[in-house]
Write a protein that binds this ligand. Sequence first.
Ligand SMILES: [Zn+2]
Length: 382
Amino acid sequence: MKKYIIGVLTIVLLANILLPMDASAITLREYEQKVQQYQNEINSKNNEIAVSKKKLDEIQKKIADYEAQIKAAEEETQRLEEEIQKNNEEIKRKNAESKKIIEYYQVSNGENAYLEYAFGATSITDMIYRMSIVEQLTEYNDRVMKELQALIDENKAKQEQLRKKQEEMKELNKKLAEEASKVKGSISSMEGMIPNLSGQMNYYQQRVKYYKSVGCDPDDQIGIDCDRPTPTGGNIVGANGFVFPVQASFRITTGYYWDQGGHKGIDIGKYCGAPIQAVAAGRVYYVGSGKDTYGAKMVMIVHNYGGRLVYSQYAHLNGYAVREGQDVYAGQTIGYMGNSGYSFGCHLHLEMSEDLGWDYPDPGNYYSYIRHIVNPYKYVPG
Ligand SMILES: [Zn+2]
């Protein structure tokens, strides 16, 4: 499935890059539509961000609400705890009181004080009265202690309920925090896309501005009806209009020996940072260091030469002056001479192939590109 998607994407990408070159050139209107398309994407991303931020706000409010409830539950648990302790102390006190009364009763039941107390009664009625007071007092204390114990049990049950509620809320808050971090992640990833989208939009805006400044009309095909490429910059121009990628006073350090299984292109030496120019008008097909095993920085341009596709590749650069998808004219600076990748000193490795390029038509098939490598001198003036 993944392979299929990559395949489709590659075809779509290549179609975008190649079709306008092959069939019809891009019109100014299409550039303007590109600007609009990026503007729409930016707007829709901004809307998505606003929606996500609102959602994040709601989640954070919920979290704060649960936190307040958890805190209230904690305070209530504390209050109940104090009440339980108070009641426990009261029970102890009553217990001690009853003990004393009972002790007194028992002692009195022996031969001493009680008898003294009882017999100290002035009458039998008085004696019965005195005995019943002892009973009443202990009975009263028992009842109070039972009531207090009931209160304690009730408070403990309340505490248990609160504990369960707190646990539930803490669990909910954990889930909410996870959700919040997901939303935050998606916001920051969407925000991360905006600069790239505005960069793209800005690029197309600049193109529109430029094409308008050179008198292109909306339906004009760029490079055909207007803004026709002209070789500039003092390059050596070949009979076919191709120019040499480096301006005067360079030297060829390695020739083309690929047909003998050797070197796939030509090496051109000048100085580090010397500007490198497109050999013909075309569209930038690749900019980066991912296509070379040794990480050489390179630019690849696809040219429409009399209806066939010709690729030019500029390797070992130390910097780029173009971006993928950009249209360039012959002699336009596309990057700077460098020493990146498998290289021993600043130089330009210029490679060219015909009809089939890297990734075309079979994605990832480097050999389809290799098989169609040609001597750059077939095109560039030598
Ligand atoms: Zn080389």
